[in-house]
Design a protein around this ligand. Structure first.
Ligand code: HEC
Ligand code: HEC
Ligand code: HEC
Ligand code: HEC
Length: 187
């Protein structure tokens, strides 16, 4: 009996550990960020990223798809495309339009990281230390070129060799993500 209780308590501690550390933050969707970051949200919503789920539909961007070697059909449930045209696909984020409509498209958290933990910190303390926000999962995009390349790199059908307009110049692209506004507090 003692042995079993011991085993069960080890399992419990392990489960607790996994719950605390393995899946640190959840994807919450751009609407939640919008509540506090209206200006960035508005600017982002005018980029193609905000509508990047829609281009997976049949009849959209037919010529561009053809040029990249893709036929005109419905790709909105194709895992290969969803990985780059939604937020957090395969990482606890977007699943399907029925289950997670708020995570369609390339949203804030595709660049800034899953937000449940750092947005709670931002809510609690407007002067949060940046190091704490990073520990809670916040990504500063200019420090994460690799993160961009997971979608803009060689796995994408839309790369420079298909059309020069798809060339990914990190420094130039950083400027076109959304308009930037000075922060009010020290972090
Ligand atoms: C989850 C995949 C993903 C990640 C990560 C990602 N992007 Fe993109 N990005 C896309 C897709 C898809 C589009 C094009 C959407 C379309 O044309 O419908 C795009 C478009 C853009 C555009 C064009 C916006 C416009 O309206 O002209 C810029 C700029 C951009 N990305 C910059 C970046 C930068 C910088 C990073 C890294 C900090 C990054 N992206 C990370 C998928 C991603
Ligand atoms: C590895 C990531 C990745 C995958 C996989 C991917 N895309 Fe994209 N897609 C992108 C990026 C990044 C862009 C934006 C390129 C740019 O603007 O420089 C894009 C752009 C597009 C565009 C807009 C092109 C234009 O000129 O307006 C369409 C349409 C598209 N993708 C459809 C698809 C379809 C359909 C699939 C699945 C067969 C797919 N993509 C798979 C990353 C990806
Ligand atoms: C394509 C990548 C990308 C996406 C998507 C994105 N951001 Fe950013 N964000 C950046 C970059 C780049 C910076 C500038 C900081 C840096 O140099 O890394 C930034 C900075 C910020 C800042 C600091 C203040 C400012 O204006 O520069 C806030 C707040 C912010 N983003 C919120 C958001 C919100 C909210 C969304 C979604 C509505 C979002 N971001 C979507 C790339 C992105
Ligand atoms: C309850 C309000 C709130 C929510 C929700 C929220 N933030 Fe923030 N965020 C803040 C505040 C306050 C600051 C500090 C603003 C300042 O100093 O001017 C901040 C700062 C930031 C910064 C700049 C960090 C730095 O120091 O460079 C980024 C990036 C950011 N938020 C992204 C996001 C994203 C992405 C989401 C959604 C996943 C989000 N925030 C949700 C309140 C919030």
């Amino acid at each position: 009996m003692k042995k079993i209780t011991g085993f069960v308590s080890i399992l419990f501690v392990m489960a607790l550990f996994v719950a605390t550390y393995a899946n640190a933050a959840d994807y919450i969707g751009a609407k939640k960020c919008k509540a506090c970051h209206m200006k960035q949200y508005k600017s982002w919503s005018e980029t193609t990223m905000a509508h990047s789920f829609d281009v997976l539909k049949a009849g959209e961007k037919v010529a561009e798809k053809k040029k990249a070697g893709l036929e005109d059909k419905d790709y909105t449930t194709d895992p290969k495309c969803l990985k780059c045209h939604t937020t957090g696909y395969g990482k606890g984020g977007f699943v399907s339009m029925e289950k997670t409509p708020d995570l369609a498209g390339v949203q804030c958290e595709s660049c800034h990281g899953a937000g449940s933990e750092y947005s709670a910190l931002m809510k609690k303390n407007k002067e949060f230390p940046l190091a704490e926000a990073k520990a809670a999962g916040l990504v500063i995009p200019s420090e994460d070129e690799k993160g961009c390349m997971s979608c803009h790199g060689g796995e994408s059908p839309f790369v420079e060799k298909v059309d020069a307009k798809y060339k990914f110049d990190f420094k130039e692209r950083l400027k076109k993500t959304h308009e930037h506004f000075p922060l009010k507090n020290k972090h």
